[in-house]
Design a protein around this ligand. Structure first.
Ligand code: NIG
Ligand code: FE
Length: 415
């Protein structure tokens, strides 16, 4: 399918300048084109620029779309989600509204383990059905690539069920999906008195199986007091790396536990959360290729303080934004809402937030050479929003402004 979109109100191209990540001032450079035109051929962007400069003959095999009502953005890359789960936790939400904290709820048997109970008894088919509906909704909200983690199974069969479900969704669904094994999301109840025994199980049985079957691209660990220690996280990540998996880490979320240091040391592709990162952590990430994936929706939903986005950006860390969509700490897959929170609570500018949710988010899944910007040669994953200008996206929050989603060069029809 070939497509020509002419006279777009604005195109936010988010140019890469040939680098894998955007840092410091480059994060705010969004490559704005007024009255723009985009030519898409064979699923790729073939030309982008000002309409006045468009010189191609328009062959007959092209569908031509009037872009004048729209602002075009690269499709969002949601580089951190736990979207495959059964059950829900609105009861915990109500408890938090009455003053109980996320940790208190987790310590009394709720939290992640509550979703583990529901996910263990769900069939793979049911998990896929639930996830598929969420993926449809995410596409409608402008997300065109999503990372999905396991971690609500926490035993070999249930984790494999999750990883198979993610792999099958990746084959069947329009969404592009990146799969991450997060067997070390929490210590399951069976191993409460022997957490190292569970780490053995993850390293000796689960990871080798998942890697051998090609069920995951990334390995992740929740490194936190009460979950996995820095030593356990390092052991699991080194094992994952030895099996050919790329690395991610839930780091410094609820306390400053040194996760960001491990991520930088092991050349993890991303270190995620970072609400409690300290100065040494910031320095180490700035000197590394590791992308800092910030999750504004978690801080908003749990009301537990925000990651120091300004300090991270100004120190030269490559900052990305994702939702962390999950039933406990962020029940939202709305990327534009994350941009609003990044601007209102984290000191990011609208321009920085856009780059962080597109180009740097693509870098957080090692795909910034293929997606995350509207540039010649990239995959034609873009969204057309009914907005007067690009700044309205984060400004006019709580409404879905996405009018058209173009995935691999095809305009998706929603029913
Ligand atoms: O990223 N931090 C660990 N895991 C999730 C929360 C998952 C849950 O509460 O179900 C997170 O915040
Ligand atoms: Fe998470």
């Amino acid at each position: 399918m070939n497509l020509l979109i002419r006279n777009l109100r604005q195109i936010v191209t988010v140019p890469s300048d040939g680098k894998p990540t955007k840092r410091k001032n480059s994060l705010a450079e969004i490559g704005l084109v007024e009255n723009g035109t985009i030519l898409v051929r064979n699923g790729q962007i073939e030309w982008v620029g000002r309409d006045e400069e468009f010189r191609h003959d328009v062959p007959d095999d092209l569908d031509v779309l009037d872009g004048s009502p729209y602002v075009a953005f690269p499709g969002f890359v949601d580089a951190h989600t736990h979207l495959l789960f059964a059950g829900s936790r609105e009861d915990e939400f109500a408890m938090r509204a009455q003053g109980r904290s996320y940790q208190q709820i987790a310590e009394s048997g709720g939290g992640i383990l509550s979703t583990v109970r529901a996910t263990r008894v769900a069939t793979k088919k049911e998990l896929k059905r639930l996830a598929s509906r969420r993926l449809d909704a995410m596409l409608r909200h402008g997300t065109t690539t999503v990372e999905i983690k396991s971690g609500y199974g926490l035993d070999p069969d249930s984790e494999i069920k999750m990883m198979e479900a993610v792999t099958e969704l990746a084959n069947d669904h329009y969404m592009d999906i990146i799969s991450t094994f997060l067997g070390a999301h929490a210590v399951p109840p069976e191993f409460r008195d022997n957490p190292d025994g569970y780490v053995d199980l993850v390293c000796e049985r689960m990871l080798p199986y998942v890697a051998k079957r090609g069920l995951a691209q990334f390995c992740d660990v929740f490194c936190e007091n009460g979950y996995f220690s820095p030593a356990q996280a390092r052991r699991i990540l080194l094992k994952g790396k030895s099996l050919g998996l790329k690395l991610k880490l839930h780091a410094d979320e609820l306390s400053s536990s040194g996760g960001s240091l491990i991520a930088a040391e092991l050349h993890a592709v991303s270190a995620d959360h970072l609400e409690h990162i300290d100065d040494i952590g910031i320095k180490n990430l700035a000197a590394s290729e590791t992308v800092a994936v910030l999750l504004p929706g978690v801080s908003f939903f749990l009301n537990h303080g925000y990651a120091p986005a300004r300090a991270l950006i100004d120190s030269g860390v490559a900052v990305a934004i994702a939702t962390d969509f999950n039933p406990g700490s962020c029940m939202s897959y709305d990327m534009p809402l994350m941009l609003t929170i990044a601007c209102t609570h984290m000191g990011m500018t609208p321009e920085e937030a856009i780059s962080a949710a597109t180009f740097n988010a693509a870098a957080a899944v090692r795909m910034s050479d293929q997606i995350g910007s509207i540039e010649v040669g990239k995959k034609a994953d873009l969204i057309l929003c009914d907005l007067p200008n690009y700044r309205y996206l984060a400004y006019h929050f709580g409404a879905n402004h996405v009018s058209k989603v173009i995935k691999n060069g095809t305009i998706l029809e929603f029913h």
